[in-house]
Design a binder for this molecule. Structure first.
Ligand code: GRF
Length: 204
């Protein structure tokens, strides 16, 4: 499988995915062939460069509408013959046409146990809700925000005295296991999204 990873920042999940695809023991039958960032000068781009993976900066500021931006993404992804897109800290909501176009081939990692705590600032939300555990979720992307079908989850405890930083760190460790695991399942075809159900025609 030819995989693209979309980032906006640090790219530590990108690094975990790269390592997994290059470690024969993990049997992840995928190659990361392209990294796209919507921001220049982020650590994730440096990590891509060090790994020898082609990268592109496509800034959303250069496009008038979300759809135009996303169409440019698709143009580059198709030119690179990508068949799976992993969002890894890509801080942009993708348009409905983009999500539909890549349905079943577009996945995201989110730092909570979905369906709990979708959206932003989720570690704070989990702490304030008095949860005793949190974790991460790798899921297919659909038209909603963090609502798509779940592929892999990993749990971590929330410990007394945790703050946003300590919890974020612990969730990150779970992510470095969960995302490669999900990629392995997707790349082998063990997990896929069923075809969209057709509306049932109503009689009478
Ligand atoms: C991760 O916590 C991921 O769950 C969230 O953004 C963060 C990205 O971190 N969507 P990194 O850039 O991979 O280090």
């Amino acid at each position: 499988r030819r995989v693209a990873v979309l980032i906006s920042g640090t790219g530590s999940n990108l690094l975990a995915l790269v390592k997994a695809t290059r470690d024969s023991a993990q049997a992840v039958h995928a190659d990361i062939v392209l990294v796209i960032s919507n921001k220049a000068d982020v650590l994730g781009l440096e990590r891509a460069k060090q790994a020898g993976i082609p990268s592109l900066v496509i800034s959303h500021r250069d496009f008038g509408t979300r759809e135009d931006y996303d169409a440019e993404l698709t143009r580059h992804l198709e030119a690179a013959r990508v068949d799976l897109i992993c969002l890894a800290g890509f801080m942009r909501v993708l348009s409905v046409p983009f999500v539909r176009h890549w349905r079943g081939r577009l996945v995201n990692i989110h730092p909570s146990l979905l369906p709990k705590f979708p959206g932003l600032h989720v570690q704070r939300q989990a702490l304030e809700a008095g949860e005793t555990e949190s974790g991460c979720t790798v899921h297919f992307v659909d038209e909603g925000v963090d609502t798509g079908a779940i592929i892999v989850q990993a749990e971590v405890p929330i410990l007394k005295g945790d703050d946003v930083d300590t919890l974020t760190q612990r969730i990150h460790q779970a992510e470095y296991w969960a995302y490669p695991r999900a990629l392995a399942l997707l790349a082998s075809g063990a997990v896929s999204l069923p075809p969209e159900s057709k509306p049932v025609s109503k009689k009478n």
